[in-house]
Design a protein around this ligand. Structure first.
Ligand code: DAK
Length: 263
């Protein structure tokens, strides 16, 4: 069943079959540029899905021409440093980063600047053949401000990250695949279906295990190996306190599909 929420102006929000929440950016005239209102709507929708027990995974997408061409330059151009310091944007990016359910980006067309940073906040990225990834802030006399320098360096290594951030090098979908920024490239018209399919598969899995799996993998990006291994072990033990662990193993031994309870 598909239900749309009319409360949003710049995004379209639906629950798709298989317990998948879908957020589609919808500012076509400015290639889905992320003004404050759009970012606020995205955060509201993602938070609501994160809290909704009927949703197991969340897909974020744009249009065929643009995932998002970055922060809204018209809105940003007159800001002072003090304005930006007081801006809620940073907290909004943090809120997205703290989403506990898997975030899957279905990216076609331009994913630039803040649009690319939004992609990098997602856990899995499915790219259309026409996707273009980049951080062109340097052309505006600024640098990425929502994690671009850090996430790119961690994901791609120093040299390529430097080319992208210092010299506006843009990556095609195939280059992004080779660099490890995305996990698959599909024909442009298939990108949303592919992402929804991956999301459906994950949403059908044991929810607590999915949540702790995401938390454990993400830890690898912001801590030492030792601390990461400790968290993994802790989460591994924790899962043995769930009914789903008993059910999953019993189902395997009884040669039947598991019936997950989410506890
Ligand atoms: N903002 C506002 N409008 C934009 C836009 C943007 N980022 N990108 C495109 N548009 C508008 C264009 O102005 C144009 O509007 P009209 O002229 O039709 O009124 C329309 O979208 C179509 O764009 P083009 O005519 O330019 O289309 P093309 O196919 O020729 O070019 C393009 C597509 C994506 C290559 C080009 O539009 C472009 O270079 N766009 C700008 C890309 C960019 O520089 N992005 C980085 C923006 S800076 C923060 C965190 C993060 C950030 C900021 C703060 N905090 C935590 C505080 C992020 C900063 C950024 O992302």
């Amino acid at each position: 069943m598909t239900s749309q929420n009319p409360a949003f102006e710049h995004i379209v929000v639906e629950v798709r079959p298989g317990h998948v929440g879908l957020v589609r950016l919808n500012r076509p005239k400015v290639l889905n540029a992320l003004n404050a209102a759009t970012l606020a709507e995205i955060v509201t929708a993602v938070r609501a899905f994160d809290a909704d027990s009927n949703v197991g995974a969340i897909v974020i997408t744009g249009s065929e021409r643009a995932f998002a061409a970055g922060a809204d330059i018209a809105e940003m151009s007159g800001k002072s440093a003090a304005d930006l310091l007081a801006d809620v944007r940073l907290a909004q990016w943090e809120a997205l980063r703290k989403t506990s359910k898997p975030l899957i980006a279905a990216v076609a067309g331009f994913a630039l600047g803040g649009g690319h940073e939004l992609v990098m906040v997602c856990d899995i990225v499915i790219a259309a053949e026409n996707a273009v990834f980049g951080q062109p802030e340097i052309n505006l006399g600024i640098i990425p401000g929502a994690g671009g320098t850090q996430r790119l360096a961690r994901a791609l290594g120093k040299s390529l990250a430097m080319e992208i951030v210092l010299n506006d090098r843009r990556l095609s979908a195939d280059e992004a695949l080779r660099a490890g920024l995305v996990s698959r490239v599909v024909p442009t018209e298939r990108v949303l279906d592919e992402a929804l399919s991956v999301a459906r598969q994950i949403a059908a899995r044991a929810p607590v295990a999915v949540r702790l799996a995401k938390q454990s993998v993400l830890k690898a990006f912001d801590t030492t190996l030792e601390v990461g291994l400790e968290l993994e072990r802790h989460n591994f033990y924790l899962l043995f306190s769930t009914e789903d662990q008993k059910e999953g193993m019993r189902a395997f031994l009884e040669k039947r599909p598991p019936n997950w309870k989410g506890r």
